[in-house]
Design a protein. Structure first.
Length: 662
């Protein structure tokens, strides 16, 4: 590890953080040494006290709170938080003043709008009225196949206000992928778009929409948002996309026409239990049919208030951006931002269109204070030689967050050298499983290269070996959480959902949450994640995290990106590395030797691949994550499950029948 941090906040900055103010309310001085350690220890030793303090600090709106904060149980999945509370998730998000921006919506065509609290409440009230008129009630499912636009947020809030369960996926999913998800939960209403734009192209969704409607027999209304008519700047008004019409597809109703009979007015928020189902999110589906993960309203609200306000220092008036689609849990994370009095900034389209500066142009235009992205995006900027620090003002920016995959030490350095030197860089990790973070940022503490700063508050994070024994600092093992937390899923949807849920997270290490991250603790109180534990390599019986290889190989200027897998050979595992080369480079003997030398020098001889091959592309999920297991299936000649879960399944063709693996 590096001998000194890349950044540490000045004392005045620490004092001004939400985390320091929160510490004061519970009697812990965050400016003093070990302030975070003391606060974290208290948060897991006294979960009732901690989550009650988050409730108070975050200003939760509820018709009833009850006197019990945590109801104990023999199994952590049965622990209940605020069992007597009654609240509404949407009511807690629609708290902005009438003239205060609560959503900022932008896209790659140049469209830009700031939506005030009054405007959003008016739209939500009309949608809620239309839903009720359609017969949508408590517990019904509302499916949303929309791009990342303001209307998607309004649909979610309207569904939550009437007590319906909201579920979304992005319009880049094909018919099978959408039906694999929505088909399991039997929605009563479907929201969709006639198309979307990405990378300067228009993608018509109407043909797929007809197929999806046919596969969802429980849907009583299909409401279509006419994006082709609103895609300003993408094409001249006199030259719309081929086949575009202002009429909605047959058997559907136009979004504006559907809400037209319902005037704006006060919203009647259903008061519901803390554990009332809010969302159904989906696992990636790369190993089979996606799991439908049911999340509770109160748990999501409290967890996101803690992460936004305490870990990310989100304050009233801030502008919070995360590059995401409606098919990734970070959309739901971003959607909760207005509960902290800040505006959520949403982007629809390619993050580097019309040019690589697109998102940093948005930072300056919208006054973004928190810029959320992926390690892959930051690495692509670094390799392209982009230096936003020299081309943009970025005066509003206080925080940069990265998730989706481990951010390499070079990626950390790039942020401070080429984006902004005085910014809190928070590498964070959690997942769809809890719709939040297990390990997170600390705005009061130093940032060390390659490290996630802290265990999230309220989360008793441990690193265990396969035998269940604790690992020391510097030793990799399985990440577990040994304390219950509010955003534990309620269950998986469908028959046997509770049993399947418990088996997925609590069976490997009984009584401890485990979701398959390979991690080690550091001497600084932080963590380094080295990938998924089910994708770890095991040559000669020694476990190696894939991120240990990626951080070395992907830093080479000749390599655009890479994927590494462990191929079984003669009762052992052979490390096989595939590289997608940067433009103008090819995999020569010299480059192969250089890659091996780089890995040997930066890691150990056991990390050095036995085989290195070049490919045209690396397969990824639709949220941008590399899929090692699909690559392993392909090179071993096995069928790859659920290709629809991949953004670029055709990339797998480059891994089949490789002569160097014969």
């Amino acid at each position: 590890m590096s001998g000194r941090p890349l950044w540490a906040p000045e004392r005045d900055r620490v004092v001004g953080t939400n985390l320091a103010r929160f510490g004061q309310t519970v009697g812990i001085d965050m400016v003093a040494d070990s302030g975070y350690e003391k606060l974290h220890r208290w948060s897991v030793d006294d979960p009732g006290g901690f989550w009650s303090a988050v409730w108070d600090f975050g200003g939760v709106v509820a018709s009833e709170r009850g006197s019990v904060a945590v109801q104990a149980a023999d199994h952590p999945a049965d622990v209940r938080f605020f069992p007597d509370a009654r609240l509404n998730f949407a009511e807690n998000l629609l708290v902005a003043d009438d003239d205060h921006p609560v959503l900022v919506s932008a896209d790659e065509t140049g469209a830009y709008a700031e939506i005030t609290g009054a405007e959003l409440r008016a739209l939500v009230s009309r949608l809620a009225g239309a839903m009720r008129a359609q017969g949508v009630g408590v517990g019904d499912r509302v499916a949303c196949w929309l791009p990342n636009v303001a209307e998607a947020h309004a649909v979610m809030l309207a569904a939550a206000s009437v007590g319906a369960v909201f579920s979304s996926t992005s319009p880049d999913f094909g018919t099978a992928g959408v039906l694999d998800r929505f088909g399991q939960i039997e929605p009563v209403i479907l929201f969709a778009a006639d198309g979307y734009h990405y990378g300067g192209q228009w993608f018509d969704c109407r043909e797929r929409l007809a197929e999806i409607r046919a596969g969802l027999p429980t849907v009583t209304a299909t409401v279509v948002l006419n994006r082709s008519a609103s895609a300003s700047g993408q094409y001249p008004p006199e030259d719309p996309p081929a086949g575009t019409t202002e009429d909605p597809p047959e058997g559907t109703v136009d979004f504006d026409a559907w809400i037209e009979p319902h005037p704006a007015g006060p919203i009647a928020y259903e008061q519901l239990p803390f554990d009332h189902p809010l969302y159904v999110l989906y696992s990636s589906g790369t190993t089979g049919r996606p799991k439908c993960i049911v999340h509770r309203a109160g748990g999501i609200l409290l967890k996101h208030l803690s992460e936004h306000q305490l870990h990310c220092d989100v304050r009233p008036g801030d502008r919070v951006f995360y590059f995401t689609t409606t098919g990734w849990m970070m959309w739901n994370w971003l959607a909760s931002v207005p509960a902290s009095g800040a505006a959520a900034v949403v982007w629809d389209g390619n993050p580097v269109h019309p040019g690589p500066d697109a998102l940093f142009d948005l930072v300056d235009r919208a006054g973004i204070t928190l810029f959320g992205t992926s390690a892959r995006y930051l690495d692509s900027l670094r390799k392209a030689g982009a230096s936003p620090r020299g081309t943009h003002h970025l005066g509003s920016l206080r925080t940069v967050t990265s998730t989706g995959s481990p951010l390499s030490p070079d990626g950390f350095g790039y942020v401070y050298e080429h984006i902004k030197p005085d910014v809190h860089l928070a590498s964070i990790s959690g997942g769809t499983d809890l719709c939040g973070c297990l390990v997170a940022g600390d705005p009061t503490g130093p940032v060390w290269p390659g490290e996630i700063q802290r265990p999230a508050l309220g989360m008793a994070i441990e690193v265990l070996g396969d035998d269940g024994a604790s690992r020391e600092s510097g030793q990799f093992g399985e990440l577990v959480c040994s304390s219950p937390f509010p955003s534990q899923p309620l269950r998986f949807w469908g028959e046997g959902g509770d049993r399947r849920y418990r088996a997925a997270y609590y069976e490997r290490f009984e009584g401890r949450w485990h979701q398959g991250d390979y991690i080690c603790a550091t001497d600084h109180g932080g963590y380094v994640i080295s990938g998924r534990s089910d994708a770890t390599l095991n040559p000669g019986g020694v476990r190696i995290g894939t991120a240990e290889i990626y951080r070395l190989v992907d830093a080479m200027e000749e390599v655009a990106e890479s994927v590494v897998v462990g191929r079984p050979v003669d009762d052992d595992v052979r490390v096989v590395l595939f590289v997608k080369l940067a433009e103008g480079h090819r995999l020569t003997d010299e480059l192969t030797a250089a890659i091996k030398s780089t890995i040997r020098a930066g890691a150990t001889p056991r990390h050095v691949p036995a085989v290195i091959g070049a490919v045209d592309d690396i397969p990824r999920t639709r949220s941008g994550k590399t899929v090692e297991l699909a690559v392993l299936d392909a090179i071993c000649g096995r069928p790859v499950a659920n290709l629809e879960a991949l953004a670029n399944p055709e990339a797998l063709d480059g891994f089949r029948n490789r002569p160097e693996l014969a």
